[in-house]
Design a protein. Structure first.
Ligand code: G1P
Ligand code: ZN
Length: 546
């Protein structure tokens, strides 16, 4: 069967196919509209050049619609002349594993099917993200070209053929295109073995180190079983909710203190293992909780960077650290002490890509439970857990002791994010607009003991490609280094979500053990007053505090 079997089918554009921070993310029902997915996939091919006869990687987090989407993508790819598609078995590839595979195969790019930490199932969310040859999310000029194409599309090409058996390993053909179904875990596992000291971690488990990893019925289950239980010898049952389910078992696969509260409770109990950890729907986020010690993602980034040379993959030291602007300044202090540069980027992993490609940074992270390094071009949940395990195995100290020692050395950044989820979009935009206009007048003003040093609308100049990104969050920075940041989420699928990030710095070890919300109380009140949050959103309090 050749591409002569490709049919051209007439279609009409949808107006809402602009990819956001993490690709095109919509309710499943939106994707189920006739030709919705086909249009978007064809628009990807129309916007790209040079994929003919090349290799593309395809996989997803196993959520509802993953399998249907993959079959359609295979047929459209074949009709468009793609040479080969490499798919994770049963359509499963975690986002970092997809990134790793694109890089290992020197593929042209990849299509990652996921809505990350958003709920799945027929009433949940679905998403499509295009990644480029470096393994990272497509840069804005590519996603904008795809979007532009979606506005003009009049037809798509598809090969009429049987579905491919994506559960069976091996090669088949669809049209003139080869389809290669590969083990979802093997390539990723091999990469992890080059970064961390598996023998050392194995010894630590043998000597009694304990772990509870919650895969949240999402994509990391198969990876975690192989890595933690089979390879490293963690006790059977260390990995829970290990089977990826189309609806994630009805849970919200977001590893934060709200949706993974059971892990937090376990970590605070007498039965606490040494490390409790979790990842999200597509495996790029991480949650780290030691026995009686939650590690904020911002602190985790700083601690991994400070201890990086423990791990074989980073033994020679790190070139630099990058963090998203709203992420706490804890990593800045580590970078300063190490004498390496610290880059502050807009929210979203794609902004790290150029810095990593250029070798300017080795480790990067975001306050939203994302950390990673130059080993792939996505954040990587299991990488963070393995990194912590390697540090625990090498230092033979508890998570709590490591965190406390870090604060004594570097000072503590108290940090919290307050989310006002699914508020009316108009009100949320009006709030940002009003606050933006007010920023210049805030500089120099005093609020109780706090004085505003600087208030601005964060803009980023990419030092590698020279591009500029404006309006990336409103910052109010105080003279003592405290900070309030406001921005609207770019990943929600209903209404708008206002995120408020609140931070203060405490160098005095005697004052580093307050409850976070109490330590930040004055700033929290001020954050609500300054932006008149209740007036604009009709919400007196946030819906999620992390
Ligand atoms: C959120 C996080 C951001 C992360 C993104 C994708 O985006 O805040 O750090 O990169 O999810 O995981 P937001 O909804 O804030 O735009
Ligand atoms: Zn994710």
């Amino acid at each position: 069967m050749g591409n002569s079997h490709a049919t051209t089918i007439a279609t009409a554009p949808f107006a809402d196919q602009r990819p956001g921070t993490s690709g095109l993310r919509k309710k499943v029902q939106v994707f189920e509209q006739r030709h919705y997915l086909e249009n978007f996939i064809q628009s990807i091919f129309d916007a790209l050049d040079g994929y003919q006869d090349a290799t593309l990687v395809v996989g997803g987090d196993g959520r509802f619609y993953n399998r249907e989407a993959i079959q359609k993508i295979l047929k459209i790819a074949a009709a468009n002349g793609v040479g080969r598609i490499v798919i994770g078995q049963s359509g499963i590839l975690s986002t970092p594993a997809a990134s790793a595979l694109i890089r290992s195969l020197k593929a042209f790019g990849g299509i990652v099917l996921s809505a990350s930490h958003n709920p799945g199932g027929p009433h949940g969310d679905f998403g499509i993200k295009y990644n480029v040859a470096n393994g990272g999310p497509a840069p804005e000029k590519v996603t904008e070209a795809i979007y532009a194409r979606t506005r003009e599309i009049t037809s798509f090409k598809i090969v009429e053929s049987q579905d491919v058996d994506i559960d069976r390993l091996g090669e088949t053909m669809i049209g003139d295109m080869r389809v290669h179904v590969v083990d979802s875990v093997a390539n990723y596992q091999a990469l992890m073995q080059t970064l961390f000291d598996f023998d050392r971690i194995r010894d630590a488990f043998r000597s009694g180190l304990t772990l509870k990893f919650d895969a949240m019925s999402a994509v990391t289950g198969p990876y975690a079983r192989v890595l933690f239980e089979k390879e490293l010898g963690a006790r059977p049952g260390s990995v829970i909710n290990a089977i990826p389910l189309p609806d994630f078992g009805g849970h919200h696969p977001d590893p934060n203190l709200v949706y993974a509260k059971h892990l937090y409770d376990l970590a605070m109990s007498d039965a606490a293992p040494d490390l409790c950890a979790a990842s999200d729907g597509d495996g790029d986020r991480n949650l780290i909780i030691g026995r009686s010690r939650f590690v904020t993602p911002s602190d985790s980034l700083a601690i991994l960077a400070a201890n990086a040379t423990i791990a074989p993959g980073y033994r020679r030291g790190i070139a630099g650290i990058a963090r998203s602007m709203p992420t706490s300044g804890a990593a800045d202090r580590v970078a300063e002490r190490l004498g390496v540069p610290l880059y502050e980027t807009p929210t979203g992993w794609k902004y790290f890509g150029n810095l990593l490609d250029a070798g300017l940074v080795t480790i990067c992270g975001e306050e939203s439970a994302g950390a990673g390094s130059d080993h792939v071009r996505e954040k990587d949940g299991l990488w963070a857990v393995l990194f912590w395990l390697d540090i625990l195995a090498a230092r033979k100290e508890s998570v709590d002791a490591i965190v406390r020692q870090h604060w004594t050395t570097y000072g503590r950044n108290y940090y919290s994010r307050h989310d006002y989820e699914e508020v009316a979009s108009d009100g949320a935009h009006a709030l940002i607009e009003a606050l933006r206009n007010q920023l210049p007048s805030l500089e120099g003003q005093c609020f109780g003991a706090l004085q505003v040093a600087k208030a601005d609308d964060f803009a980023y100049h990419d030092p590698v490609d020279g591009s500029d990104s404006k309006h990336q969050g409103l910052r109010v920075i105080f003279t003592d280094g405290s900070r309030i940041v406001y921005r609207l989420s770019g990943t929600g699928t209903a209404g708008a979500t206002l995120r408020v990030y609140i931070e203060c710095f405490e160098p005095d070890p005697a004052r580093q053990y307050m409850e976070t919300q109490a330590a930040l109380a004055d700033l929290i009140t001020l954050s609500r007053d300054l932006a008149e949050i209740e007036r604009y959103t009709q919400r007196a309090a946030p819906s999620v505090i992390t």
